[in-house]
Write a protein that binds this ligand. Structure first.
Ligand code: ADP
Length: 364
């Protein structure tokens, strides 16, 4: 019978392409059992939306196949999302593993559309997802989900999120009267409302909470960055947006606040002809990629300009739900995977920092 050490040694040759670490030292192999030539274990990926899950699984099968003594492999593949934020410092939202703020330099770039469809794509991969519509001056998520008359209940002094297509949703738009008054609210009140939405909501266990921020660099993005530990900010741009440099300003603000930036997604990046499927870069090519390069940030995806995306949002039927095989939905799914991978990278970094700090504290 082959020794377990040999199996682990062989498995540790498989490297997670995102984390650049071997799967054994990352703790991804669980419940390892050997019985004669039968080997059984669980491969626990860091996110169900891992872009490399098939590749990692194939690599594992290959390296185990190289051990002659093993006749049968019973591998159970699961995923447990890593905590991408320091929960020790956050007493209010202990059950939320990752918080992703979605920001843009200016309005109308499709930030809410991107937030919603990314949330749906992550949920469809099997993750537990919440969506907080913090665009207090123009909450559009209820409309995009066909929940115009939606409301939230309060139980035990906590807001109960509404549920739609498997995601938990909180929006200022659910408070119809207040949302009409939002434009007159000033900084401290606005910040207070956001804090309540974050902390006084019964989110239950979430792998990812997507926060759709208002455009620009006002009170809400600032409050989110300063109130609770977050995993990071996703910046949405369009090719036109790049030209006017507003995305650069938003990135600059979050960098000054020392908030990690997960990366950049370009929306409305190209037009795919519905008749012949040819791709047209109506507003030029490569702008958002250049910004990502300039700031040394990951470029996480391009979403095409697509009438299905627009009409889906306007009719309350998001493209991820109605047309999951369309070019738009495929682009959202690919971006969601890249975002989940970046969250795992940030989580692994955080874990290393915490382990390092604990190690230092143990030193005499
Ligand atoms: P923001 O949140 O940045 O203000 P929205 O998400 O509300 O922007 O989008 C503005 C408008 O652009 C909406 O009508 C939306 O349906 C449309 N839109 C967003 N992204 C796309 C896209 N990729 N293709 C076509 N229309 C889009």
């Amino acid at each position: 019978m082959v020794a377990l050490d040999k199996v682990l040694e062989q498995l540790s040759t498989v490297i997670d392409p995102d984390l650049k670490k071997d799967i054994v030292s990352m703790g991804m192999i669980k419940d390892l059992e050997m019985n004669g030539g039968d080997l059984k274990f669980t491969l626990e990926l860091t996110t169900p939306a891992c872009p490399f899950n098939v590749e990692i699984e194939d690599d594992v099968r290959r390296v185990i196949g190289e051990i002659d003594e093993i006749e049968n492999l019973d591998m159970n593949v699961t995923a447990k999302v890593m905590e991408g934020r320091s929960l020790d410092e956050d007493t209010g939202m202990q059950t939320v593993k990752n918080i992703i703020g979605v920001a843009s330099g200016k309005g109308g770039v499709g930030k809410s559309t991107v937030s919603l469809n990314l949330a749906l794509a992550l949920a469809q991969s099997g993750a537990k997802v919440g969506l907080l519509d913090a665009d207090i001056y123009g909450p559009s998520i209820p409309l995009m989900l066909g929940m115009k008359d939606g409301y939230m209940e309060v139980e035990d002094n906590k807001l109960q999120p509404a549920t739609s297509n498997g995601i938990r949703v909180v929006s200022f738009g659910f408070f119809a009267e207040q949302s009409h008054q939002a434009a007159i609210y000033r900084g401290p009140i606005i910040s207070g409302i956001l804090k309540q939405f974050l902390v006084d909501t019964n989110w239950s266990d979430l792998d990812y909470l997507i926060v759709d921020l208002p455009p620009g660099t006002g009170d809400i993005p600032l409050t989110l960055a300063q109130t609770i530990p977050i995993t990071g900010i996703l910046v949405v741009t369009t090719p036109q947006d790049v030209a006017s440099n507003v995305a650069v300003k938003a990135i600059g603000m979050f960098e000054k606040l020392n908030v990690p930036i997960i990366g950049v997604v370009e929306n409305m990046s190209s037009f795919i002809c519905p008749d012949c499927s040819s791709i047209h870069h109506v507003f030029g090519e490569g702008g958002a990629k250049n910004i990502a390069e300039q700031f040394n940030l990951p470029f996480l995806g391009e979403i095409p300009l697509n009438s299905g995306i627009m009409s889906g949002s306007d009719r309350g039927r998001p493209v991820m739900i109605t047309s999951p095989d369309s070019a738009g939905a495929v682009a959202f799914r690919s971006s969601a995977k890249n975002i989940a991978a970046q969250c795992s990278i940030l989580a692994a970094r955080l874990r290393e920092e915490q382990d390092g700090a604990a190690g230092n504290a143990d030193q005499p």
